[in-house]
Design a protein around this ligand. Sequence first.
Ligand code: IPD
Length: 308
Amino acid sequence: NPPDPNQILASLLSVAKKAGNVILTATGSSKGSLGTKKNSADLVTETDKAVEKLISSVLLDEYPGFSFMGEETYQPGTPLGPEPTFIVDPIDGTTNFVHGYPYVSVSLGYAVDRVPTVGVVFNPFTGVCYSAVKGQGAFKETWNFAGEDEGWKARTEKERLPVGGAKPLAGLDGALVAVEWGSDRSGSNWQTKVDTWNRLGRSKDEGGAMIHSARCLGSAALNLCAVAEGSIDIYWEGGCWAWDVCAGWTVLREAGGIIVDGNPPAGGKEGWEIPITHRKYLAVRGAEQGEQRTKEVVKEFWQTIEGT
Ligand code: IPD
């Protein structure tokens, strides 16, 4: 039997602190040489690889026999199995990391039967850490780095998500929406992104949804957690991988939000869930407005971007 998920949570929180320390102290040339993957906008540094190595060795040492799926060591085509699996992006927001833009996270997910079960998303630059265990709610806390000897210390109490004060989402025209550019820049993929921004932002007279504004945090995991806390209403992206979303998925679901792709069928919430390997995600905050309103917002979103 897999261990108690709270034990996994404790392990993920501990390794997030170790990884955060490495990321935080890797500045300038100590980030390591910069490499690219599929094109010149798809970046990887030696720090990404070193942090993944650190995380996998700590976790697999503690949980021998578990599977590990990490961005930097993934072998294309390897399927996600039902066995307990750590699904990890060592630096989600590599482009931000390279440029010094402080929205970077260690994304530590854990899935059983392919279902995201525990998630920790930690931004070492802001000290904000989101965490969740399936069935136990989602939380946010802030840590301070108190130096090599003392490590990370709690700066705030744990706060349950969504944070108070979030109002029900009236519709797209009142929404703050995260839409990422990603690194695919060619052909129809790029055109789809441009058309999506155009339809969401344009005035209603000109056929758009007139959203309040759009954001691009540069980290899929942080986008999902922003939806979970209620500071962003909707997040839409095609092209992410399981390691970008697994940890944030548990955080968002536990905060009452949903992740879907496609028009909501007549059935309940479970009927329109998608697998974490789906690679196209529409995340909507939910707890404050109830399931019916959430479904209407999903429908409005799809009507707005239909045909892009
Ligand atoms: C990327 C970030 C980015 C998203 C990309 C991801 P990486 O992950 O999450 O926000 O737009 O789809 O690949 O490469 O920084 O780990």
